[in-house]
Design a protein around this ligand. Structure first.
Ligand SMILES: Nc1ncnc2c1ncn2[C@@H]1O[C@H](COP(=O)(O)OP(=O)(O)OP(=O)(O)O)[C@@H](O)[C@H]1O
Ligand SMILES: O=P(O)(O)OC[C@H]1O[C@](O)(CO)[C@@H](O)[C@@H]1O
Ligand SMILES: [Mg+2]
Length: 495
């Protein structure tokens, strides 16, 4: 195994400004306000490691300690439990024989030496943004990993999202107090939107003597975490800032998927089943189900693919129209004539451009600055009913089901529980090893540490030129509504 914290001689480290990416267009994205410099390590054949910051980048001469896992009987039989310092995970795994090796991320996992003594650690956990299945599992596993793997005894829960940093009370978290929480939906810590004031948060971190902060949340939360990291670094504090990506919308880029997504898709099946049962029980029955997905239609797409009962799936990324040849009304009429019933799944952010401008301008934002959307499910249901009432070609019966909050308020399923456990354990290993300013994430099935700037630079969207959307279209047989010549190509790796 290579010595700890050395870089193999074939590799060179550079820090560069945000303009120096493999994909210059990405550098102009949402993360351009990030002010620390990306740490890049170059190797042979076009190998690039987009490394994560380390406390030693700005605090010299930090003491190190042997990893206490070495003496943990549970791990004594595991061969190569410690991650090799040179292990990394490629961002793209589809390659050609002459492709450069490309961008890589640091592999997550325990290191032989750690930068915190257990008694010195004062960890804090906070959950921000909307609810998501698995939040409690992540909290539980962070607490248990800190206690059982590293002997850390001081773990604080911050109440009610970022705003909780300004509150007087925190919650003491112990393996006993979090033992059963993974069986419950929501977050035992509470959550909130808005209220992020970076300097005040870092003041609170300093005042409370916190030196590891685990921040669980979506894209907005990770942006907030990145700002906290920058301020901590500016102040030269020995505080590890770690993000754990959460969102049922699956709109966080780079990672395979966010935790809770599978559970949400599974829960959505119940609503789709109900819509199908209602629709097929009457003549010309239509079931409309609205699912979450503000800017990204992943839940709608995956729930549709899983169900096979859906005849039409409408998502924000794929514009559609109602009237005329090839429009939605045409397709509904055709499907009802052929099958006698149909199910439509619509993501909440779909078709927002179809609302009249007066309704759109009345739109407001939530406390975090996210656009508040019109209820597209209700709107489209009324439009369809009115259309067929006016046409008098066929009498329809339409039932509208809105299970949006139900799919995110449930506890996580078994596979999400395992996923949450691995994310939390990796997050703790990284912080103990002195890494900071990273998101703990799954990339191609491997646990990794991703620098914040990659997580916050853009949102993940369904790519309608990708095979996955084609699979959906061939499963529902719906029209694509878009002219293939007008589709703007996106570059995300095809699946
Ligand atoms: N650019 C930003 N800088 C600092 N803090 C931010 C930023 N964007 C959002 N936040 C803060 O992050 C928290 C959560 O943001 P938001 O409500 O957008 O949810 P989210 O994390 O994106 O999760 P989701 O959208 O999945 O519910 C809020 O407290 C918000 O103030
Ligand atoms: O009503 P809230 O809590 O603001 O949450 C709604 C939003 O949160 C999300 O579930 C993301 O967490 C979106 O799909 C949805 O638009
Ligand atoms: Mg968000």
């Amino acid at each position: 195994m290579a010595p700890i914290n050395t870089i193999p001689s074939s590799l060179t480290t550079t820090t560069t400004t945000n303009g120096n990416f493999d994909h210059p267009s990405e550098a102009r994205g949402m993360g351009s306000n990030v002010n620390s410099k990306p740490k890049l390590v170059s190797g042979t054949a076009g190998y690039v490691l987009q490394d994560v910051p380390h406390l030693t980048d700005y605090i010299p001469n930090l003491s190190t300690y042997p990893n206490p896992l070495q003496n943990n009987p549970a791990y004594s039989v595991v061969k190569q439990y410690f991650v090799n310092v040179d292990d990394s995970v490629p961002e793209r795994i589809t390659v050609h024989s002459d492709s450069p090796r490309g961008i890589h991320f640091r592999r997550a996992g325990p290191r032989q030496r750690v930068y915190f003594d257990a008694d010195e650690v004062r960890a804090a956990i906070v959950t921000c943004g909307g609810l998501c299945p698995g939040l409690n599992t992540v909290i539980r596993e962070l607490v248990c990993s800190l206690y059982h793997m590293y002997g850390v005894k001081k773990v604080l829960g911050i109440n009610g999202g970022y705003k909780g940093f300004y509150a007087r009370n925190t919650i003491n978290l112990t393996p006993k107090s979090v033992n059963d929480i993974h069986k419950r939906g929501g977050t035992v810590l509470g959550s909130s939107r808005g209220g992020h004031v970076t300097k005040k948060i870092v003041d609170s971190i300093q005042d409370r003597g916190i030196n590891q902060v685990y921040i669980i949340g979506g894209d907005g939360t990770q942006r907030g975490a990145s700002a906290i990291f920058e301020e901590v670094r500016k102040r030269g504090l020995k505080v590890a800032i770690v993000g754990i990506p959460k969102t049922i919308d699956n709109d966080i880029p780079v990672i395979d998927k966010s935790f809770g997504f599978d559970t949400a898709v599974e829960e959505a099946q119940r609503a789709i089943n109900a819509a199908h049962v209602e629709a097929e029980s009457v003549e010309n029955g239509i079931g409309v189900v609205k699912l979450m997905g503000r800017y990204s239609g992943f839940i709608a797409m995956h729930a549709t693919l899983a169900s096979r009962d859906v005849d039409c799936c409408l998502i924000p990324e794929s514009p559609f129209y109602l009237e005329g040849h090839g429009g939605l009304y045409d397709y509904i009429e055709k499907t009802l004539k052929e099958n006698g019933h149909m199910v439509i799944v619509i993501a909440e952010g779909a078709g927002q451009e179809l609302f009249s401008e007066s309704i759109q301008s009345a739109n407001k934002e939530d406390e975090s600055g996210n656009k508040l959307l019109q209820d597209v499910g209700l709107w489209i249901s009324e439009k369809i009913k009115n259309h067929f009432a006016k046409q008098k070609t066929m009498a329809i019966t339409l039932k509208y089901i809105d299970p949006t909050y139900m799919i995110r308020a449930v506890p996580s399923n078994a596979s999400d529980n395992v996923y949450c456990t691995l994310l939390a354990q990796s997050a703790v290993h990284g912080a103990m090893a002195g890494y900071t300013g990273y998101t703990s994430a799954l990339v191609h099935g491997r646990q990794t540490y991703i620098p914040f700037y990659r997580i916050i630079e853009r949102q993940n969207h369904v790519v309608i030129t990708d095979r996955m959307w084609a699979r959906l279209l061939s499963s529902t047989n719906q029209p694509s509504f878009v002219d293939s010549k007008c589709v703007i190509e996106e570059t995300k790796e095809d699946h």
